[in-house]
Design a protein around this ligand. Structure first.
Ligand SMILES: [Zn+2]
Length: 320
């Protein structure tokens, strides 16, 4: 019997690839690679294969011991045909992931959205165990979410439900990577905070983050260090992001009335103050009766919700 599955989480900053024990969801081996500068169909495809090759190499597992590969990608997907339709943070469009991987490795492959995978991971093995109606929201490079109703993911009519990041919060607002304007993601993601800080520094404001980040892209760690040092610029833009984020989450809660909100992603996992303040402001902004019995939890599988969820897709489907 085949004992292993492979899960891949392909995001805007890194690709995480893991060999997972089918019966327990335990990660046995993992490979991590940066994707920050790897954009576009060809480069993403070759980065994905590099990561898988390396996983086979270090784990010494044979291809015929693998049930399937579940690949979670940041963006919209055609689940049936395994095509990455529109993944703006990776600059991927109509990439035939399933076909590519099945032809190269001869292993059955599934493609799913990264937040969908993270929700499956949290539902089966993390913060969502025992709950039925959940919204999972992940804040990192972008802002993504998944809706779980009666323990099942809600996909919508064409499979793209849950795009909280593209909820419009300002009609005449900032442009978004999706091509639209005023989307929550352009206000509440780590990249939004980075853009705001860089803009302020360019205009002459002083921030300790310039020294901390040494001219590199601003990461969650850089933001945390600057907040710990009470940096005024960073605090201002982080607070601004939390205001928008809590407004967005409050709207979704009012609309769907879940019993649990799971918050995850780099900014939430890495900075406790952001997590706690987001909850406090969300409760203050949402309708009183809607939040009375509502629980908030941090994603429990940390960076691994997506990769574990992707590797357990069939197990999730069999349960439902
Ligand atoms: Zn957008």
């Amino acid at each position: 019997m085949k004992k292993y599955n492979i899960g891949v989480d392909l995001g805007g900053t890194k690709i995480l690839c893991a060999l997972v024990e089918k019966s327990t969801g335990k990660i046995l081996f993992e490979v991590k690679k940066k994707t920050k500068k790897e954009k576009g169909n060809e480069r993403i495809a070759s980065r994905l294969c590099e990561a898988l090759d390396e996983l086979f190499q270090i784990s010494k597992v044979k291809k015929d011991e693998i049930n399937y590969i579940g690949i979670a990608i940041a963006g919209q997907v055609d689940r049936k045909n395994g095509i990455a339709l529109n993944c703006c943070n990776l600059e991927c469009c109509n990439l035939e992931v399933k076909k590519l991987i099945e032809e190269k490795y001869g292993i059955k492959t599934y493609l799913l959205n990264d937040v969908e995978a993270a929700a499956i991971g949290e539902l089966l093995l993390g913060a969502g165990r025992g709950y039925s109606n959940i919204i999972c929201i992940f804040i990192g490079t972008g802002v993504g979410s998944s809706i779980i109703i009666n323990k099942k993911l809600y996909y919508g009519s064409s499979g793209t439900a849950g795009e909280i990041g593209h909820m419009i919060v300002d009609l005449n607002g900032r442009s978004c990577a999706c091509g639209g304007a005023g989307c929550l993601e352009a206000y509440a993601s780590r990249s939004a905070i980075e853009t705001r800080i860089k803009g302020a520094v360019k205009k002459g404001r002083k921030s300790i983050i310039t020294d901390i980040s040494k001219g590199e892209n601003i990461s969650t760690k850089h933001i945390k260090k600057s907040l710990d040092a009470h940096d005024e610029v960073v605090s201002q833009y982080v607070n601004e992001a939390i205001e928008y984020l809590s407004g967005g989450i409050a709207s979704v809660i009012n609309f769907l009335n879940p019993e649990l909100v799971i918050l995850g992603g780099g900014l939430i996992q890495g900075i406790d103050d952001i997590y706690l303040k987001t909850i406090r402001l969300t409760k203050a902004k949402a309708l009183y009766t809607t939040v009375q019995n509502l629980e908030f939890k941090k994603a429990q599988l940390n960076d691994y919700s997506g990769v574990v969820g992707a590797s357990l897709l069939e197990e999730y489907q069999n349960d439902n």
